[in-house]
Design a protein around this ligand. Sequence first.
Ligand SMILES: [Zn+2]
Length: 338
Amino acid sequence: MVLSRQSYFLAKSMNFLNYKSFWIAVLSLSFFFSCTDIPNEKEAEKPSGSNITIVTTTTQITDLVKQLTGGHCKVIPMMGPGVDPHLYKPTARDVMSLSTADLIIFHGLQLEGKLGTAFETAGLSKDKIFSISSVIDPSVLLFADEEEGKFPDPHIWFDPEIWTICLRALADKLSSFLPEHEVFISEKADQLTKDFQKVQEWGAKSIKRIPPTQRILITSHDAFQYFGRSFGVEVIALQGISTAAEAGLADRSNLVDYLKESNIPCIFVESSVNPKALQQIGREAEVALGKPLFSDALGAEDTFIFAADGQKHSLASWSGMMIYNIQSIVEGLAPDGQ
Ligand SMILES: [Zn+2]
């Protein structure tokens, strides 16, 4: 009886049309697992932290959680490299993971689209769910005027100071779940804070190699406004802050005209956004395409980049992503300034 209901709700959630069905599936399975005594012979041998399961949504959050917990608990990411969180639709595997998770960490600010709204309205225990953006003072957020209303720009990881605040708050939350690893988490948070500061200082110096009139970053969708504010770069995007609405013909034509009149040497597609529209604009305006930037998703865990000091960084980490993006932007906009 229980299994047939489980299958029904999973099938309903897989059609992705109804988020109410999705959450009924999650909550039903939560109840099912809480009533099921699953034997675990090795449980007594494990440190308690290793029994904790944390589900994370975006790759940026997965990076922080994995680094802060250092393998002391199980981390199940929902999204991987190249995945656009604005358009993400949960899978049957996600429903299973969410229903058995001890803690769910998501971004918020509508980055995950309807999924984020569902997290906020599902009625889950506040102890079980944490929005990493909920700790940010609204006065530091940027806002975009979209047709449907004014709402915050969610791409806050591109501001190193804001992302450090998120990191510290996340460390506190994780320490409360893994008190036996509090010292490890605290030391790791201190180390990451220093790493973020180092990347910020190096990034600011690197961007200054671009001639001031060419410090204009043109990308597929409007993910880099926080980056622009932090590093002194003007940002222009074909699409708005969500990829859910495509750019119109007028937007494309205006950008082609703008590029023809400017001396911008290069525009940038993104690893998690369809590049076709910007590639077409590059051809029409006869402007080169730079290396694809990481915007809303980090890279794969087995890919790396070397910083100026020779230190190796995974592209699945915030530092690796920032170093790669800044190197690519400087290379594209200041080809003679390296
Ligand atoms: Zn985005």
